[in-house]
Write a protein that binds this ligand. Structure first.
Ligand SMILES: [Zn+2]
Length: 270
């Protein structure tokens, strides 16, 4: 599933393509025909990302809410849109650009109270300046659940997925199984600051790199990582491979329905 940096990049891109423009909207597949008809002919006033949720705000108090889920995907291009291929839930076009959305988990219109309710359900987004990390920590320090699961709970921290969480915990030296109530205020401050930096960097380059300068392929004289997720990481999906810092084999185990990855030497329960 795309993590928050991808949704932020999409919000920025959609603004570049359609911001301030009158859009034509349709649903070639038909499943969003009523919603598309209400957007069509409106002007895109802003785009925004809250965690993994993408919002387009149009004139007439109409907010388009999209969650890509596991399978959702956008494509876009210049000029006139091509004949729709596959199940195109939403097609937007304006002037010289078009945009297709296929396979989202959510594609719906929200009224202003529904937008407020959606945002109210989401936790602190490290990519947002209006995020409240203290509220997130208040939830974490009250919980006996593993920090690896708490950081994936979108009502606590929004936009983080398994890669950012796994890697931030490695960088903080905490095993993903550490109970939330054992995470000190200092450790939380370090994790939050690190998530902000890692996610901002990923917005800039469009991939997730989490290794310090000393552990890049160039610095270590090792081949770059080959993985469909791309990016240089310490432990995510590196089961059995040597830790880039200490050489111990990276471990994996199920945690809250997902795989967790950690180094048994570098990450020690406080
Ligand atoms: Zn290690």
């Amino acid at each position: 599933m795309p993590e928050g940096h991808t949704i932020r990049r999409l919000a920025d891109r959609h603004w570049k393509l359609f911001g301030g423009r009158l859009v034509t909207a349709g649903s070639p597949q038909g499943r969003f025909a009523d919603g598309a008809a209400l957007i069509s002919g409106q002007v895109l006033e802003s785009t925004d990302a809250y965690g993994k949720h993408l919002l387009h705000r149009y004139t007439g108090d109409r907010t388009l809410h999209i969650h890509l889920g596991l399978y959702g995907k956008f494509t876009d291009g210049d000029g006139a849109p091509p004949p729709p291929v596959g199940e195109v839930r939403l097609r937007l076009s304006a002037d010289e650009h078009w945009l297709d959305l296929r396979g989202p988990a959510v594609c719906e219109l929200l009224d202003p109270p529904e937008v407020d309710a959606l945002i109210g359900r989401l936790g602190a987004d490290p990519l947002r300046d209006d995020a409240d990390p203290d509220a997130a920590y208040a939830r974490i320090r009250r919980s006996a659940k593993p920090i690896g699961a708490l950081l994936l709970d979108q009502s606590i921290v929004a936009g983080t997925g398994l890669i950012f969480v796994t890697e931030a915990l490695f960088r903080a030296g905490l095993p993903p199984t550490t109970p939330g109530r054992s995470v000190s205020p200092q450790a939380w401050q370090e994790i939050w600051t690190d998530l902000r930096a890692l996610m901002r960097a990923a917005v800039g380059v469009g991939r997730i790199d989490t290794v310090h300068a000393a552990h890049t392929p160039e610095a270590m004289g090792r081949p770059p990582r080959v993985d469909r997720h791309g990016g240089e990481v310490y432990v995510y999906r590196r089961t059995g491979q040597p830790c880039l810092v200490c050489g111990a084999p990276v471990r994996t185990a199920p945690l809250a329905g997902r795989n967790s990855y950690w180094c048994p030497t570098c990450q020690v329960t406080p």
